[in-house]
Design a protein around this ligand. Structure first.
Ligand code: 0X9
Ligand code: ZN
Length: 418
């Protein structure tokens, strides 16, 4: 009965009539070849267009979502600077509907059984899972590190062998961006592996003997909830900006090159940095969780999707950090371990050169403010075939390869900082 009710509640959530309809929305791809075209795209991104991948360098493709109403206008605007486009997705609405069907189908097949790591879950379900794990597993405790604008608790799991541990800390921040659903799914998988294989899996045992693992599976719960109820493609938090636009990008809201390159001061933009550094509960909650463990944090990992990238500071400037050689060494080992799993290719390097300049990000702050050398931002699968709508059947492979990369990283850290 309970299962039936849950399935019904989920159907009601997914079939919500007030949902934003993406029928006919396209994702188009352009490839900038000149300085003028590149600058033009950067400007366009500052406006209210939804960039699914951003201008990074000449010759690298840029994907932009556009509504049927604005399509002709965008196409002719692009033509004026000599940019021709290809259509990558003809109808995003269809892709979203297919995703909903997949989720519901998997749920029906799995009903009555334990938490399904191979499916996507609502924030309420994720909170319930973390609390249940904390209640039943002696290694896990759950805490609320902040309360969002809409009143949700930002839940964090601590996986630790001791109640008052003084060990090093590895901090994992997932889903600062709401629509990147494979990020929270991956973090829940990792949390469960760490919590349930201590004492039986030699690698996991060694990692927990060395460090406490702090995991925030959904760092932006208001945005995440909104992707389930209203707008599958929402990215930011849900704080009103005074006008008709909502949301600050919490990953532009940290006090690290705040309001610098790659962040917008337009409240309608997807990269709006907010009125002042740490104005968002999402960013300040993470800051406070890190500061509560000041001096102990050896790794701070920010998990996003998509693009298949493993990146280190800085995002706010092209200057390489003093510790870049060590950051790069461990990135290389981590990415090799990730790729060795299923052959998935990741590019790696500093944020500003690997993806694009982006200021006010979490990992720049953990490095600058707390000297966390192993501060990395990851973009998980894929490279745009499904984009944010990665099918549930790809969650487990994504989570497994990511965990392998992170295990290799943790082992390197333990060897370097015993
Ligand atoms: O732009 C971002 O925030 C990240 N890419 S995403 O497509 N997931 O939005 C990259 C984040 C890089 N990290 C920092 N700038 N600190
Ligand atoms: Zn992101």
């Amino acid at each position: 009965m309970k299962v039936l009710l849950l399935a019904f509640a989920l159907l009601a959530t997914l079939a919500n009539a007030a949902k934003i309809d993406y029928t006919g929305h396209k994702v188009i791809r352009v490839v900038p070849q000149t300085e003028e075209q590149f600058r033009f795209l950067l400007k366009l991104q500052e406006q209210a267009y939804d960039f699914w991948s951003s201008p990074t360098s000449f010759g690298s493709p840029v994907d932009i979502r556009v509504s049927p109403q604005r399509y002709q206008h965008l196409a002719s605007t692009l033509n004026k600077v000599g940019l021709t486009h290809k259509i990558r997705f003809f109808d995003i609405g269809k892709l979203i509907e297919e995703e909903e069907r997949n989720i519901i189908l998997r749920r029906a097949l799995h009903s009555g059984r334990a938490f399904d790591f191979e499916n996507y879950h609502t924030y309420t379900e994720i909170e319930a899972f973390v609390n249940e794990l904390a209640a039943t597993n002696a290694l896990v405790s759950s805490s609320v590190i902040g309360t969002t604008y809409e009143g949700r608790g930002i839940i964090m799991a601590t996986v630790s062998t001791g109640s008052s541990s003084t060990k090093p800390v590895m901090y994992f921040e997932c889903a600062m961006h709401a629509r990147e659903w494979v990020a929270p799914a991956t973090c829940l998988y990792i949390m469960n592996e760490m919590a349930t294989k201590y004492g039986t899996d030699a690698e996991i045992t060694a990692m927990l003997d060395y460090a406490d693992w702090l995991i925030t599976p959904v760092s932006n719960p208001d945005g995440y909830d909104y992707t389930w109820t209203t707008d599958r493609l929402w990215r930011k938090n849900r704080v009103p900006n005074g006008g008709i636009c909502y949301g600050t990008d919490p990953n532009r809201n940290f006090d690290a090159g705040f309001a610098g390159p790659g962040a917008s001061d337009n409240g309608c933009s997807d990269t709006y940095h907010g009125p002042f550094a740490f104005s968002t509960e999402e960013a300040s909650a993470m800051r406070d969780a890190i500061l509560a463990n000041s001096g102990r944090v050896v790794a701070a990992i920010s998990i996003h999707s998509y693009s298949q990238l493993w990146m280190s500071p800085y995002g706010y400037q092209s200057v390489l950090p003093a510790d870049y050689a060590e950051m790069y060494r461990v990135m290389t080992i981590s990415v090799n371990a990730l790729t060795a799993t299923y052959g998935t290719q990741f590019q790696y390097g500093n944020i500003a050169d690997t993806i694009y300049p982006a200021s006010g990000g979490s990992v720049d702050w953990t490095y600058d403010a707390e000297n966390v050398v192993y501060s990395y931002a990851l973009e998980l699968r894929d490279t745009g075939l499904y984009g944010f709508e990665l099918p549930p059947r790809l969650i487990l492979p994504t989570a497994t390869e990511t965990f392998n990369g992170l295990k290799a990283m943790a082992q390197e850290i333990a060897a370097k900082l015993p």
